[in-house]
Design a protein around this ligand. Sequence first.
Ligand code: SF4
Length: 400
Amino acid sequence: GQCIMVCPTGALMARDNVEQARELLEDEEVITVVQFAPAVRATLGDAFGLLPGTNVEKRIITGLKMMGANYILDTNFSADMVIMEEGTELLGRLNDPQAKLPMFTSCCPAWINYVEQHIPELLDHISSTRSPQAVMGSMVKTWFAEKIGQDSSKIRMISIMPCTAKKVEAARPQLAKDGVPDTDLVLTVRELARLFQSRGIDLKTIPDGEFDTPFMSQGTGAAVIFGKSGGVAEAAARTLYHVLTGGEVNSIPFHAAKNPHAFKEAELELGGKTLRIGVVYGLANAHEVARQVLDGTSSYDFIEVMTCPGGCVNGGGTFRKRGKYLNFTEQRFEALEKADENCVYRQSHNSPMVQQAYREFFGEPNSHKAHKLLHTTYDNRKKEPAVPSIREVWQKIKLG
Ligand code: SF4
């Protein structure tokens, strides 16, 4: 027969994050704020039998409201904030002969963990700007709390993300205020599907909803492409183009990379300088590109790294056909590209909500307040092996 272990007090029953999210959303004592990442809108529909690449942004809003969320915000907003901070940081480095270049993007936490644990020599090259998830959490517990006239201790921030690495990121001590994490709970796309299904919410049949706060709920076309490999680099380049030339562009001409470890490259002639941008995915490729940087053989000024092939639309917490990895990439890319084209504003600096945040709260990008709330620090977590390997011992004997 079956052997079932029973814990009489229930203390051993681990509650999963879906159950925790449901409890938070139904708790009337707290104010729940939910954000969802760019890639989520292009990947959740698969769980409900919608065509791959169906953009379900507006149905996610309805579903979350049905679950009891008090406020729904868009990670696209904080992605635009990231571009303002990271772009300004890059310009500062380009103008400072002492600064470390190239600069790497920082929004993929699996990449950050890898650098901290395996190539800490590279840490000074990583942008100090927090990821969109972390920027949103920090702003919700400060500016947003002020805007809705509530104490931040009453707010619970839930974010819907494409991977479990974002759960690890949310637990970083650097992303907490007085020991309280800015992001209280993270669900993956697959967990959000289970959350909806647990209350019988079918994405296929529910109507569209609309974001309902006039702040922090809207992003530009530059932000929504964060979900695909190359999107962050492109978004940053659109804003750098404006800062350095005064003009506006809706897209940046990337081409297939000459560097065998990169996916795409672009060279931009800006204000008498050539800015070289590289786009890389996969840790094996990123490791090689990092080596080139540390050896002094890299030609790039700015490098985007995403751990997942194709970027967050292929995150480990999204849906895929059994055994296949890159199956829906094309349709998901198209969904985000179409969303970009349909946006009124295509560049982060033109977002009225971003402009409002700087006007009312931060002053300007990289201001003292912005540094405190929108930037972070990294740790060298490389572990030296406690016992020398047999190979090292053998080499010593040979050398001696
Ligand atoms: Fe997560 Fe992959 Fe996106 Fe990195 S690239 S943030 S690991 S989904």
